[in-house]
Unconditional design. Structure first.
Length: 169
């Protein structure tokens, strides 16, 4: 049985974080559809039209990459903080985080995820002049932080389910 580091390295190298991003997008899409949203070239909140109302694999590559960033960062966070931890212990740690949702732990994970986001956008030529979310994590508005945390929690849930499958094999 691999330890947490080996499991998460394999999870990242096999691109399973993209599967996690796809599943999260499908949940978002289903929620939007149930709220009456439809596809449209330009986003219009009043008319409930959104250009990302598409299956994940039909999204532009840049959007797929941005959506994959949080699951990748979450997997990498635990890969770096749980070296040589038995896989069962990582599963228990994820379970506790999901149940308790300790704000300090979630903020730490949120900051780690946000730093990956900033690095990606910097590599694409973005700056604080072009995006309002290109700030340190503590300076983000509460809505953005809560969205980042929600996606991180979904990523942890996906990881926990993957660990359950691995432990059952």
């Amino acid at each position: 049985m691999p330890d947490a580091y080996e499991f998460l390295t394999d999870f990242i190298n096999r691109g399973r974080y993209e599967d996690c991003a796809s599943a999260a997008h499908q949940r978002w899409l289903a929620t939007k559809l149930s709220q009456g949203w439809t596809y449209g070239k330009d986003r219009d909140g009043d008319a409930k039209i959104h250009p990302l109302m598409l299956p994940f694999d039909e999204l532009p590559q840049q959007i797929q990459g941005l959506n994959s960033l949080t699951p990748y960062a979450v997997a990498n966070y635990f890969r770096n903080t749980c070296k040589q931890t038995p896989l069962e212990e990582l599963k228990e740690r994820l379970q506790k985080i999901l149940e308790i949702q300790d704000p300090a732990v979630l903020d730490e994970i949120g900051e780690y995820v946000h730093s990956h986001f900033i690095i990606r956008l910097l590599a694409e030529g973005e700056s604080t002049r072009t995006r309002r979310d290109m700030v340190v994590y503590q300076d983000l508005d509460d809505e953005t932080k809560s969205w980042d945390i929600q996606v991180a929690l979904e990523s942890m849930e996906f990881l926990r389910n993957e660990i359950n499958k691995a432990l059952a094999d």
